[in-house]
Write a protein that binds this ligand. Sequence first.
Ligand SMILES: Nc1ncnc2c1ncn2[C@@H]1O[C@H](COP(=O)(O)OP(=O)(O)OP(=O)(O)O)[C@@H](O)[C@H]1O
Ligand SMILES: [Mg+2]
Length: 313
Amino acid sequence: MRPGEKKTSILSISSIKGGVGKSVTAINLAASLAVTAAPEGGRVLLVDLDPQCNATDALLPGGVEEAQSLTHSIERKRPLDEVVVGTQVDNLDLVGASRRLASLQRTYEGSRLQHLLLDPLFNSERLPDYRYVILDLHGADNCLLTSALYQSDYYLIPLKSDAFGSNALTDMLLIAEELSQLNPNLTLLGCVLTQYRITAGGSRGRASAASRYFEKAIRQLAEEANFRVFNTIIPYSDAVDSSIAKGLPLLLSAPQAPVTLAYHRLAGEVAPLLIGRRRGRRRVPRVEVVRQAEDRYINEPADSEDFEEAPAA
Ligand SMILES: Nc1ncnc2c1ncn2[C@@H]1O[C@H](COP(=O)(O)OP(=O)(O)OP(=O)(O)O)[C@@H](O)[C@H]1O
Ligand SMILES: [Mg+2]
């Protein structure tokens, strides 16, 4: 580690669009990082900031006690040490959410200090035990999102691999841009394509036309608008829902599934970037370019021929 470098990197998995794969990515990226961070001696912490408690339920079926939840930390200003719990994955700990987080969020919404909700949690001597902290966010622009981005070094945006059809990327970039007044270090790590459809056919399968079209469009936009799209693509897989039902991350429930291996590869791309913070120049995405592209897709959806299947190779 370089002198002056902070030991803990905090990454928010964020989008204000629902169902894009934030929780699935937060859980499985955190689990994969926990496995790969082990040789460095660092641990990984996952914090669930969503009142739906998806990440909590997916790792600890039955949830956490109220007195060991993020809700308790925010309400009673309690540090990490008092609310953190272990998981079935070595090196991976969790601060779980409880359903009451929703009413707490409404209480704090709009207050002058609404960005400081996670201060008591992170103001803990135990924070440096963690090499990576992953925050799973709810798909809404509220004080929990603001508090998460205020604490974060980076944010990562999952994009569901279907056609554009909203201003979700623009909106998220604008929120982060505004937040950078409070947290000038906040940096977009990149976007990851999730739920990429592979159609049956051939031994390796073939991407569906819509997924392929979306991938091409988003990679081109990323070049024009100066942001990173990870090489790793997360495929759509039934193993995801069955892992959630079992209350286990993919690496324990389906260790060899392609989607599990994809999350390992994503961790392999993400880790060096998180470790290398403060090196090199910060990439700032061109929000206006993204907005124009998204507006274009909303007003002029892709022609059906854009989605036509190419003949099988
Ligand atoms: N790679 C995948 N393959 C198959 N299903 C997936 C995959 N990723 C996510 N899903 C499913 O899509 C749904 C939404 O995923 P997820 O809960 O991660 O999204 P989210 O962005 O966290 O949503 P929310 O905004 O509600 O928090 C879930 O039912 C999940 O099981
Ligand atoms: Mg979620």
